[in-house]
Design a protein around this ligand. Structure first.
Ligand code: PGA
Length: 257
């Protein structure tokens, strides 16, 4: 079972997730970090930045990228990660990998990205958000549980959810290159974060529903090492919330992430 940690707010989750990420990276022979964009991971990034660790040796892999945004577009995930992660945390931008969403060579973008991850020795710890439709990365409902990095078509729901970052909803790209569910599942540890009531249904389905391509986040149930950090609102539809709290309060001291 994934460890479900219910906390007061995103800041508290960010502190705990920062501990877990730094612990994993410092113990890894090759420190490789799977990073996510969106609002959800920001409190974790802030908490890590505040700790002033030297992360210049860490190799990072983004989950996904939009297809077809011009190079340097402020909402391309390469630019977002530069702004929100690379500079504040002192990562080496040359060690931050993002799928290639440019139109040229798109057919091989997935394969090339898979090779980059494999050449780096795989991903040690992967940060994940979850979409209101249950997506992880940009693996929309229906994505194969075994999928690898490839081009996907975004749902209209995801385009609407992300329209807030663009001047007009029409500007949100229709396609992306995303790590597959099979790719994500190979990371050695997964940290899934979710905040707010809007994520409650997706979290309940991912944590307690059936494992199904209809809820891509449900892949966490097949992974041997997962921590889910949620605030009270995102946890509000979990049937076994009391048990998760009890298990966390009684966690054996040796059982660190
Ligand atoms: P959000 O997005 O962090 O901006 O809520 C999560 C996701 O779509 O995976």
């Amino acid at each position: 079972m994934a460890e479900i940690v219910i906390v007061a707010d995103a800041e508290a989750a960010g502190d705990l997730a920062a501990d877990a990420v730094l612990r994993r990276l410092s113990r890894a022979t090759t420190p490789t970090w799977g990073v996510a964009t969106g609002s959800t991971p920001l409190s974790t990034y802030r908490a890590i930045a505040a700790r002033d660790h030297d992360l210049s040796g860490v190799r990072a892999f983004a989950l996904d990228e939009y297809v077809g945004l011009p190079a340097g577009h402020p909402e391309s995930y390469r630019a977002v990660l530069d702004r929100e992660l690379v500079h504040p945390l002192g990562l080496n931008t040359e060690k931050v990998h993002v799928p290639d969403g440019s139109h040229e060579g798109l057919e091989s973008a997935g394969e090339r990205y898979e090779r980059e991850i494999a050449d780096a020795g795989g991903i040690e710890v992967q940060i994940l958000g979850i979409g209101t439709d249950g997506h992880v990365g940009f693996n929309e409902p229906g994505s194969s549980l075994a999928s690898r990095t490839r081009v996907k078509t975004l749902t209209e729901q995801t385009r609407q959810d992300n329209a807030r970052f663009f001047d007009s909803p029409d500007d949100v790209p229709r396609h992306c290159v995303t790590q597959g569910l099979g790719t994500i599942s190979r990371a050695r540890h997964l940290i899934l974060l979710a905040f707010g009531e809007g994520k409650a249904a997706a979290i309940a389905a991912a944590v307690e529903g059936p494992v199904t391509a209809a809820v891509p986040g449900s892949i966490i149930q097949l992974h041997p090492s997962v921590t889910v950090f949620v605030d009270e609102a995102a946890a509000s539809r979990l049937a076994h919330a009391d048990y998760y709290r009890h298990a966390y309060e009684n966690k054996p001291r040796w059982q660190v992430l």
